[in-house]
Design a protein around this ligand. Structure first.
Ligand code: SF4
Length: 316
């Protein structure tokens, strides 16, 4: 049965709604004028009862890894998809990808699942399968048109992330990769709060070499430390360009302040590796296929392999 706070519609809640389950619900400054103020002020507070259901659901997931980036356009979702494809090479390994980039879900396209839809069964929402051991869940599957804009306030986004964690029937998974939106926003807070009891193995932070991207990575690292999420390491994407014809490498985005290596050293974080820019990565993503399968000879593929190996060593 839905709890009192669940029955509150937060669709028209103010932007800074503290959440109907929070102790400040109905009393915070943001609540002034909200149509739910009376209900929120009087509804029972305390730990979110759904956390127990999420923990129960997540008990069948061995490893949970967040993929984060300070900025958009640094190749975070490409990395998530390549990691998922690579892990699922082993038929014995079960992999799930949860795309919580609610306003810009690109995982369905990148993983070749455009126009797919999710279905419900008695055991919950069924994810969409790329292959038998690789399942995906994204809001992209729920949009009637891929060009539709998702304009949701925080509480509604939080509600969907909760449903993804509580209601999706992943089955037994070895790895659940959570592809997050750029920056640190409602989605990040929600997923870390809801998974607090289940445990998150850690976060991989994706960046590019320029200072403008690295500045935002500092905020991401600060967020992880405040939220007590272990940082598995940083990945520097688009570090140089590999010519697909001669395989020669040149620098496109000069690391004016030392790039990810200098930042990793300064902040005492592992740099898992640097991936050179290969235009065929973008092409593989557009076509929804695995770049590493298509171009195993590329230096970018070699870099991906080394990074994934290090990552798996860390996760154990
Ligand atoms: S929904 Fe509740 S908690 Fe959110 S702003 Fe309205 S009164 Fe406050």
């Amino acid at each position: 049965m839905a709890s009192a706070t669940e029955q509150i519609s937060t669709e028209n809640a103010p932007e800074h709604c503290p959440g109907p389950e929070s102790q400040a619900a109905g009393q915070a400054d943001a609540c002034a004028g909200c149509p739910n103020q009376n209900i929120c002020a009087t509804a029972p507070k305390g730990p979110d009862p759904d956390i127990a259901f999420i923990t129960q659901r997540m008990a069948s997931v061995k490893h949970k890894i967040l993929v984060l980036s300070g900025k958009g356009g640094v190749g975070k979702s490409s990395f998530t998809s390549q990691l998922a494809f690579a892990l699922s090479h082993d038929e014995e390994v079960q992999v799930g990808v949860m795309d919580i980039d609610i306003c810009g879900p690109s995982i369905p396209t990148i993983m070749g699942l455009e126009n797919e839809q999710i279905h419900q069964s008695n055991s919950g929402w069924q994810p969409v399968f790329v292959q038998e051991n690789l399942a995906v869940m994204s809001i992209g599957f729920m949009l009637p048109d891929k060009d539709d804009a998702v304009i949701w306030r925080g509480p509604k986004k939080n509600g969907l992330i909760k449903q993804f964690l509580r209601d999706v029937d992943w089955g037994e998974l070895d790895y659940l990769l959570v592809d997050t939106p750029p920056g640190t926003s409602d989605e990040h807070l929600s997923v870390t709060t809801f998974l607090k009891e289940s445990g998150i193995d850690g976060a991989v932070i994706i960046t590019t070499p320029q200072e403008v991207a690295l500045q935002d990575v500092r905020k991401e690292i600060d967020f992880c430390r405040k939220a007590k999420i272990p940082i598995l390491g940083m990945v520097e994407n688009m570090a140089g360009f590999v010519c697909p014809s001669c395989h020669g490498e040149s620098i496109i985005f000069p690391p004016s302040t030392g790039g990810a290596a200098a930042l990793a050293k300064e902040l005492n974080i592992d740099l898992l590796g640097s991936i050179p820019l290969d235009p065929r990565v973008a092409k593989s993503c557009d076509m929804g296929v695995s770049f590493m399968d298509e171009h195993p000879d590329s230096p970018a593929c070699t870099a991906y392999e080394a990074i994934i190996e290090k990552l798996l060593e860390k996760v154990g």
